[in-house]
Each structure stands twice: as C-alpha cells, then as structure tokens.
Design a protein around this ligand. Structure first.
Ligand SMILES: Cc1cc2nc3c(=O)[nH]c(=O)nc-3n(C[C@H](O)[C@H](O)[C@H](O)COP(=O)(O)OP(=O)(O)OC[C@H]3O[C@@H](n4cnc5c(N)ncnc54)[C@H](O)[C@@H]3O)c2cc1C
Length: 202
C-alpha cells in the first residue's frame, strides 16, 4: 500500500493538515486518496502549554486537551485518515517511485510527505539532515532549527509545516501552516485549480 500523503507529527500543524485533507473526501479528485498521519504527540509543544489567546478556543484550555480533542475530531469527522500511533520517524528517503518513511517499528511508502515535527535541535531524521538551518524567527539563544523550504516545499513531494517551516511559535500560525500545505496538496490533486474546502450552513 502506498499513501498518497503521509503526515509526520501529531501536533498543531500535523493535525490541522490532516483535518483539511480529510475534509476533501467528498471532492472527486480526493475521494480515493489514501491519507495517513504518524500521530506522535509526546514531544509536542502543546504538552505544557495553556491557551488563553487563540480565537475560538475557550481560555484556560490546556495543550493536552487540544492534543486529545484534535485526535478525536479527526477520528469522528474523517475516519478514512489513518492515525498511526506509538511510532516515531527515523528516516525519510526518496526512492525511485515513492518516498520511504521508516519509523522505529515499520516502514511506509508515500507519494507525498508532510514533515511537522517541531523545531527541536534534537531533530534526527535521516534523509532530511541536509535541509536543516538555524531558525530565522525564534531567539538565537534557543538554538531552534527549521528546514530550508520554498513556501513549505523542501524538495519535490516533501513539505514542511508548522514551526519547523520557519514560522514563529504560536498555535494559530502552526495550524495555518499545516492547513496551507493541505490546500497546496489539494490544489495539485485538482489539476492546479486553486482549492479550498469550506462547509456551509444549510
Ligand atoms: C509552554 C508553552 C506554552 C505555549 N503557549 C502558547 C499560547 O499561549 N498561545 C499560542 O498561540 N501558542 C503557544 N505555544 C506555542 C504552540 O504550542 C506551538 O506554536 C505549536 O504547538 C507548534 O506546532 P507544531 O505543529 O509546529 O509543533 P508541535 O505542536 O510541537 O508538534 C510537533 C509534533 O511532532 C511530533 N514529533 C516529533 N518528532 C517526531 C518524529 N521523529 N516522528 C514523528 N513525530 C514526531 C511531536 O511529538 C509533536 O506531536 C506554547 C508553547 C509552549 C511550549
């Protein structure tokens, strides 16, 4: 089985990307696409955060609540998106016809990959090390990193999303980055026609 898109990281950017991709299921160009997310959450910045300044999220909400609600929302609304639990990615390698994603337990093949693992300087994913550079929008003293990218694209079919894409660390920015990558992928699936997914009150 080959994923059409495999998202790496179950934080703000990764889950936002998965929700927008999942919501396109009803569109003919996305109906048969196989989407997965490696739902690793242990290392998310959300683990220790408290959220009072995010539009639409009740003040006092903890990041831990957001992590579990995000997973549940994805499961309830878009169950066709595979949530791969308890695995951590070790390598992302471009093979001739697909991208090979290796975790501590298994190996997956994908046509496109979205890397949304946060800006830690402990980043250690074989195949992506050559794209690391110092983060341009976080305090130098923190030693954070980003992946070189052009509007989220690292190299053909490999995207980066969230703070690792070079954005400042705010929840809404990370979510927006993940959603932005999702709409880029949907646009490509839709033959280059700029694509968004909007639900409407009947
Ligand atoms: C203490 C604290 C308080 C904060 N408070 C606020 C606030 O009040 N308002 C606000 O807007 N923002 C706040 N933030 C910032 C916000 O949490 C981040 O901007 C946001 O979570 C970044 O999203 P991300 O998806 O880029 O990274 P993350 O949410 O960190 O997600 C990265 C994900 O990748 C996973 N991962 C890592 N390595 C691997 C691997 N090898 N394989 C697979 N998965 C992997 C991690 O487990 C994690 O789930 C706060 C952050 C902290 C730390």
């Amino acid at each position: 089985m080959i994923y059409d898109v495999l998202i790496i990281g179950g934080g703000a950017a990764g889950m936002s990307c998965a929700l927008v991709l999942g919501s396109a299921k009803i569109k003919p160009f996305a109906t048969n696409k196989k989407i997965g997310i490696i739902m690793h959450q242990k290392a998310s910045a959300l683990q220790t955060g408290l959220f009072n300044n995010v539009l639409g999220i009740a003040s006092g909400t903890t990041g831990i609540e957001l992590l579990s609600r995000g997973k549940q929302q994805l499961k309830d609304m878009y169950p066709h998106v595979d949530q791969i639990e308890k695995e951590k990615v070790q390598a992302v390698n471009q093979e001739s016809e697909f991208i090979m994603v290796k975790t501590n337990k298994k190996q997956y093949n994908a046509k496109k990959v979205v890397v949304a693992v946060g800006p830690s300087n402990l980043f250690n994913i074989d195949g992506l090390m050559e794209y690391i550079e110092p983060h341009e929008k976080l305090p130098v003293a923190k030693g954070r990193i980003q992946l070189k990218n052009n509007d989220h694209l690292v190299v053909e079919n490999i995207y980066v999303a969230g703070v690792l894409a070079g954005w400042r660390s705010q929840f809404a920015i990370a979510c927006g980055s993940g959603a932005s990558v999702a709409t880029d992928i949907l646009t490509e699936w839709n033959n280059g026609i700029p694509t968004m997914v909007h639900d409407k009150v009947e």
